[in-house]
Design a protein around this ligand. Structure first.
Ligand SMILES: C[S@@+](CC[C@H](N)C(=O)[O-])C[C@H]1O[C@@H](n2cnc3c(N)ncnc32)[C@H](O)[C@@H]1O
Length: 464
């Protein structure tokens, strides 16, 4: 893909977005529907040469950034419409047939909005601040990352990029500094491969109470063993192995196949989060009740994933979850095709505080983690300075590991700290040529609801 061509794809609608800069996020929908009257989205995305009657966007695709991404993925994949049907994130119908995303996003999960998020195992464990899978899928498509290519997420969080890549058939690597999230992501990914009929035959409802009690009683055991784990580029499978071998007491749960006991652990951790956050609200329930409810919900997803993958003949491909740092990536120069990531949004979210229940349960050292995580280091004025240094270093690392011509997509919101906008999106765009990137663009994305303090975030596209 030539530089001019790719850049054109991003900038075409960028003019509209730039003019829209002062608009409220909620006005964006209205603007998009006015835009629709002026510009037919399908023709804008595909051009005149296709028979429009055979194509359809998902009904809820209305935001400008979504249309932009739909066009970007189409441009990369239009040479083979059958491949496009299998990979597209924003089209419901291609060449008169339902797209794969239509079926995949029909495996519904808690908190799902339309076809954009929380489908498949994305919703397992309520991690705050995760990506929308649909958008990530379109970005991977735009990058043209296929079978043997590797997509990297150096701030992996709960593994959204890796799940999308695995389902698309693109290899992936995720680097994350928080061991608890390495565990969560590895389990979400491995759960895509669970043979549900075998799982459900063996994990009978009658056993659930004993399983819950086992995880609950293990708490003291885990706590006594305080888990000193170094950020030394260990693989998450090994970390999980160590957790089971050295931190959980013997029992019938420990004798189960690895993937089964792991997903049961995740159901317990999900219930722990629900119990912690919903205590004192109208949705309050006992911890054990949450465990049973989540077991039911997880089972539906495992069944839906199993059946849908069989129907579409999808076999998730290799992924590698690494406990490491985005500031010092354990990867060779020029080794990845594309990067899709979302670093901590400045000092907006306290990731240690958010998941304290999880970290404490596993016996992890939260003080140590605070000193290592981007955005949590230092105090007051020093904090933002350290954040800036770390962000610069992480973008340099992204540049180093990218292949020539590859894109890094960085999703970031500018937050207000002590009444001042931090403007890190602009900073990254300014750093890009200094670091060596040949192109840098920003795509604006409104945040509707949810993350209250932020109204917009940007997807920054940097090309090496
Ligand atoms: C905004 S979240 C990513 C969420 C992710 N996109 C998802 O969908 O779940 C940022 C993540 O960066 C992680 N992080 C912070 N400092 C890091 C570092 N030095 N190296 C790698 N990960 C780091 C945090 O623990 C957090 O999980």
């Amino acid at each position: 893909m030539s530089k001019e061509y790719a850049a054109g794809k991003i900038t075409d609608l960028f003019g509209f977005v730039a003019n829209e800069n002062n608009r409220k996020a909620s006005d964006s929908m209205k603007f998009a529907s006015r835009l629709e009257r002026l510009v037919d989205p399908l023709i804008w995305i595909m051009g005149q040469e296709y028979d429009k009657a055979n194509f359809e966007l998902f009904k809820d695709v209305g935001q400008i950034y979504e249309l932009q991404l739909a066009r970007m993925e189409f441009e990369t994949l239009k040479h083979d419409l059958e491949i496009f049907r299998k990979r597209t994130a924003y089209f419901r119908k291609v060449n008169g047939k339902e797209s794969y995303h239509y079926f995949l996003s029909s495996v519904k999960g808690k908190g799902q909005i339309g076809h954009s998020n929380q489908y498949l195992t994305h919703w397992f464990y309520p991690y705050k601040g995760k990506f929308h899978g649909q958008m990530i899928k379109a970005i991977i498509n735009f990058m043209g990352a296929f079978d043997e290519d590797i997509v990297l997420d150096p701030f992996m969080g709960s593994g959204t990029t890796l799940i999308e890549a695995a389902v698309l058939g693109t290899r992936s690597i995720g680097v994350e500094i928080n061991p608890a999230l390495c565990i969560v992501s590895q389990i979400k990914l491995d759960s895509l491969k669970i043979n549900y009929p075998e799982f459900s035959q063996n994990i009978k409802k009658g056993k659930l109470s004993a399983i819950f009690q086992y995880f609950n009683n293990s708490r003291t055991y885990l706590n006594e063993r305080r888990w000193q784990i170094e950020v030394n580029n260990q693989n998450a499978r090994d970390i999980l192995g160590e957790l089971w071998d050295n931190h959980f007491p013997d029992s019938f749960v420990k004798d189960m196949p690895f993937e089964w006991r792991n997903v049961l652990l995740l159901i317990y951790l999900h219930a722990l989060s629900d119990y912690t956050y919903l205590k004192g609200t109208a949705k309050e329930k006992s911890f054990e009740e949450f465990f049973y409810i989540n077991f039911e919900e997880y089972s539906k997803t495992l069944l839906g994933t199993y059946e849908t993958f069989r129907r579409l003949n999808i076999k998730p491909v290799d992924y590698n979850v690494i406990l490491g740092s985005a500031l010092n990536l354990p990867l060779k120069d020029g080794s990845v095709k594309g990067i899709v990531t979302s670093p901590p949004y400045s000092i907006a979210l306290d990731y240690v505080k958010n998941d304290l229940h999880l970290l404490n349960y596993l016996g992890l050292n939260t003080q140590k983690l605070r000193k290592e995580m981007v955005g949590l280091k230092g105090r007051r004025a020093e904090k933002i300075k350290l954040y800036e240094e770390d962000m610069r270093r992480s973008v340099e690392e992204m540049y180093r590991v990218l292949q020539k011509g590859g894109w890094a997509a960085i999703v970031l919101g500018d937050v207000v700290v002590s009444g001042k906008r931090t403007d890190f999106c602009k900073k990254i765009i300014d750093w890009a040529p200094e670091i060596g990137f040949v192109d840098a663009y920003a795509m604006k994305r409104p945040i509707l609801g949810g993350f209250a303090r932020l109204r917009y975030e940007h997807a920054l596209f940097l090309q090496k």
